[in-house]
Write a protein of this length. Structure first.
Lengths: 111, 116
C-alpha cells in the first residue's frame, strides 16, 4: 500500500464548475501538506501549503486537511480552462524533509 | 524571477549507454533534490543534498545511478548503464534551509529521458 493515495482521474469538468480533488494517507506523522500543479511537460509548482489540520483559502483555491481521517482536499471554484493540469498532493513529516507525492489527478476544464 | 535550471530538456539514448543530467538551483538554496517521475505517477525522491552533503539517497539505485554536488551549488545526476525502465522525467528541485523558509520546493522543468 502506498503512503499517499490519489485518484488519477482523468477528471473532466465544464468551465465554471467546482472541482474537488482528494488524497488519503496512511502515515499519521505527516504534518505539512501541499498541493502542486503540473502543466504538461513542465515541473510541478506549489499551489497551496498547509500545516496540520484546518482550511486555507487563496483566491479560487481552498485546501482542507483532516488529520483525524488522514484526508486532504483541494477545492477549485469557478474553474477555468487554464486550470487544466495535473494536481499532485504532497506531504512530509517536517519542513525540508522528504516529500511524499500522490500519483496526481489529471484535470481538464472544458470551455 | 529565479528558476531552477536543468539540462538537457530531452534525452534519447540506447540501453546500456551512459546519461548525465545537470541542475543549477536557485541562488542561495542550500538544499537540492533529484526526483524521478514515471509517466502517470507522482515524483519519487532519488537523492537529497544539503550543501555538498548527501542527506538521503535511500531510493537511489546505487549500482547504476550516481549524484554529486561538489561545490554545494550545481549538481549532476548520472546513469550508467541506462536501462529501459529508466525512461522517466528527472526533476531537480531546490529549497531554502528549514530556518529560512517554509521548505517549499521549487522545481525545474525537468529532463525527459527515453531509453530505447
Amino acid at each position: 500500500q502506498k503512503e499517499v493515495e490519489q485518484d488519477p482521474g482523468p477528471l473532466s469538468v465544464p468551465e465554471g464548475a467546482i472541482v474537488s480533488l482528494n488524497c488519503t494517507y496512511s502515515n499519521s506523522a505527516f504534518q505539512y501538506f501541499m498541493w502542486y500543479r503540473q502543466y504538461s511537460r513542465k515541473g510541478p509548482e506549489l499551489l497551496m501549503y498547509t500545516y496540520s489540520s484546518g482550511n486555507k483559502e487563496d483566491g479560487r483555491f481552498t485546501a482542507q486537511v483532516d488529520k483525524s481521517s488522514k484526508y486532504i482536499s483541494l477545492f477549485i471554484r469557478d474553474s477555468q480552462p487554464s486550470d487544466s493540469a495535473t494536481y499532485l498532493c504532497a506531504m512530509n513529516h517536517n519542513q525540508g524533509g522528504k516529500l511524499i507525492f500522490g500519483q496526481g489527478t489529471e484535470l481538464s476544464v472544458k470551455p | 524571477e529565479a528558476e531552477v535550471a536543468q539540462s538537457p530538456r530531452y534525452k534519447i539514448t540506447e540501453k546500456s549507454q551512459a546519461v548525465a543530467f545537470w541542475c543549477d538551483p536557485i541562488s542561495g538554496h542550500a538544499t537540492l533534490y533529484w526526483y524521478r517521475q514515471i509517466l502517470g505517477q507522482g515524483p519519487e525522491l532519488l537523492v537529497q543534498f544539503q550543501d555538498e552533503s548527501v542527506v538521503d539517497d535511500s531510493q537511489l539505485p546505487k549500482d547504476r545511478f550516481s549524484a554529486e554536488r561538489l561545490k554545494g551549488v550545481d549538481s549532476t545526476l548520472k546513469i550508467q548503464p541506462a536501462e529501459l525502465g529508466d525512461s522517466a522525467m528527472y526533476l531537480c528541485a531546490s529549497s531554502l534551509p528549514r530556518e529560512g523558509g517554509t521548505g517549499e520546493l521549487f522545481f525545474g522543468e525537468g529532463s525527459r529521458l527515453t531509453v530505447l
